[in-house]
Write a protein that binds this ligand. Sequence first.
Ligand code: OGA
Ligand code: MN
Length: 322
Amino acid sequence: MLKETFKYYKRKCPPPSLKELIDFSSKDSTENYATSCLGQINNSVGLTPSSEWKIFQLEDKPGFIFISNPFTSIGQRYWICRCVKHYTRKPNRLNLDVHGDIKDGDWWTQCQNDYEQGSKLMEKLRWATLGYHHNWDTKVYKESDRDPFPEDLAALSKQVASIVGFPQFSAEAAIVNYYHMDSTLSCHTDHSELNLDAPLLSYSFGQSAIFLLGGRSKEEKPLAIRIDSGDIVIMSGESRHYYHGIPLIMPAKQSSWNLKANEEFSDEFLRPISLMENPEILDSMHQELQNDKLWEPFEKYISTSRINMNVRQVLPFGQSSL
Ligand code: OGA
Ligand code: MN
């Protein structure tokens, strides 16, 4: 069932009907789903106040939680910039590492500076792993394959998880997926983590996607859910074990990462950024996120890409190593 639905939405000719696509951003489709605000914490990692969030759950997918874009525009720009410019550097690992294409360990700068090969190199990036590095072959995490997890992403995840009822959540591993308009992600379950009681947090930016959410078995008919820039998907409890995948990337309805007139880098937003390892990064980001000329390379990238940060807790609660 899962395979057929995946093929259906992937199909180019004729294109799939989107009639059954669940679109949480449109009011009509929310009527069948319970809307609830599960927490009241205020945020400063690029998030709007949680009292304004639209949080959804699905009756027959227990533990699945959808938060309809809770980010400010500048918050979205912040995370886009972090994903392409900083999380692609060491000690994080990239799919490109084995090819030897990146000379000085700085993929983004090399893409910008190499007029001949830059756009090719840009297309080649598919994933980065942070913290405990995901092993794509064995699917087993190892203590010897662990690097520090970015503090800002850990802080964001702690806040989001607390709001939906997981105050103990600790971000220890992440996969950042970089999609182009023709990319897909085949259906899978995420079961490498020792702790499947902890939720999995998934943040998406840039172009939109169809997310298929099945069940524990591949035979179950999946739901198709639209994911737009800024949306957060949380798989907890029962749904943490469910098959899911991305059959289609679609053009964004709007570029919600582009600044609203009255929005700027407020002091409140600066506080969590100062958690960052390197204060120089903060200074240059100030410029890049707010100055349209400096934002241009990021805009160019994100106008044909989707970024997904998939954050996991690996260890049992209270444990600090494997
Ligand atoms: C993953 C994943 C979904 C997405 O990386 O394991 O399921 O929305 N990503 O890109
Ligand atoms: Mn997954």
